[in-house]
Design a protein around this ligand. Structure first.
Ligand code: NAD
Ligand code: TYD
Length: 342
């Protein structure tokens, strides 16, 4: 397999490229990444110069960059996206551009060669919208409710339309919330871990009762390899773990694992349109591809906290850059208005 991995310098992409380089030594990997605020080439510096590894800085919306990167590739895994819900509420434009138009540019280049084997579009369980009861199955209607999830829904629908219209071998995965090493500290888990280390406040949105199904990133990677190797074109696969936790429960686990002071928690004004719960039915992936998750939340969160403890240079350099202004804009007013809860 000669894979093009777009967005390979981001959180899941970095973990996925490392997973492939270590476990599928015969595969070649080209990373195409724009290196937005969320991407770091140095995440993968150990592979620079390795046979079979190539890094190209470029935008998936740029047909020329895509043509160069896709040359000789038999498969594409498209992780490249704008990914943070709060940023999408602040300004949706880059989300529509990358998460929809970028997918179109990739598909147009991909379909030029009949011999290409699989276009794997990485989507999200957020396309189902908020699920108060039960679990979303792959055939359920989509009801995205944030500019992020609406853009991701647009991207995957477009990808599937290339399967139906042009016979392009497209497969879509819809994963639940991932956590693990190299996650940009704007997302709940790395934000709270790093804030806890720095004795900064932990801004919990609303009542803290929103629920997510937390998936350790290596389990997501093993699911994606199963889909690449045995998944069926034209099919959609949910990926999740069933480890449903409220944000308050996640926060408590982080406080315990970091040894931080519980008084750091602040309930702040809720996110606009905040989805209450996501939960996916993963029986199709289990039944058809024999995949199962391996990492329970207690093990995964402890490994994640240890990684951030041991790699403080990685996140401190992020938190001292663009992130500072982002954090001030997103949180300072919310935190000023917050109530101390403990
Ligand atoms: P991330 O924000 O950490 O990384 C995104 C990467 O894409 C970065 O390296 C960035 O530089 C790159 N990128 C952004 N725009 C680009 C463009 N126009 N051209 C080329 N590269 C570009 O994201 P992540 O958390 O690793 O998510 C990866 C994928 O998985 C996304 O498609 C996301 O929607 C999906 N997903 C994420 C989660 C999660 O919990 N993180 C869950 C389900 C699905
Ligand atoms: P997040 O990591 O942004 O992922 P997503 O919104 O894609 O699920 O958020 C996970 C949950 O944590 C979500 O319910 C929002 C909540 N949250 C907070 O309470 N405080 C925060 O500062 C952030 C970033 C998220």
């Amino acid at each position: 397999m000669n894979l093009l991995v777009t967005g390979g310098a981001g959180f899941i992409g970095t973990n996925f490229v490392r997973y492939i380089m270590n476990r599928r030594p015969g595969w070649a990997v080209t990373v195409l990444d724009k290196l937005t605020y969320a991407g770091r080439r140095e995440n993968l510096s150990e592979f620079e110069g390795s046979p079979g590894y190539r890094f190209i800085q470029g935008d998936i919306c740029d047909p020329e960059a895509v043509r160069e990167a896709m040359d000789g590739c038999s498969g594409v895994v498209n992780f490249a996206a704008e990914t943070h819900v709060d940023r999408s509420i602040d300004d949706p434009s880059s989300f529509v551009k990358t998460d929809v138009e970028g997918v179109r540019v990739l598909l147009e280049e991909f379909r030029k060669e009949d011999s290409r084997k699989m276009f794997l579009q990485i989507s999200t369980d957020e396309v189902y919208g908020s699920v108060e009861n039960g679990r979303s199955g792959e055939g359920d209607p989509l009801c995205p409710r944030s500019p992020y999830s609406a853009s991701k829904a647009g991207g995957e629908l477009l990808a599937m339309s290339y399967f139906t219209t042009f016979g392009v071998p497209v497969t879509v995965t819809r994963a639940s919330n991932n956590y693990g090493p190299y996650q940009y500290p704007e997302k709940l888990i790395p934000l709270f871990i790093t804030n806890a280390f720095e004795a900064e406040k932990l801004p919990l949105y609303g009542d803290g009762g929103n629920m997510r199904d937390w998936l350790f990133v290596d389990d997501h990677c093993s699911a994606l390899v199963a889909v690449l190797e045995r998944g069926r074109p034209g099919h959609i696969y949910n990926v999740g773990d069933g480890q449903e936790l409220t944000n308050t429960e996640v926060t408590t686990a982080i406080i315990e694992a970091t040894g931080a002071d519980g008084n750091l928690v602040r309930h702040v004004e809720d996110r606009l349109g905040h989805d209450r719960r996501y939960a996916v039915d993963i029986s199709k992936l289990q039944r058809e591809l024999g995949w199962k998750p391996e990492t329970d939340f207690a093990t995964g969160i402890s490994a994640t906290v240890n990684w951030y403890r041991e790699n403080s240079r990685w996140w401190k350099s992020i938190k001292s850059g663009e992130f500072r202004e982002y954090y001030r804009k997103m949180y300072s007013e919310k935190l000023e208005n917050s109530e101390r809860i403990r």
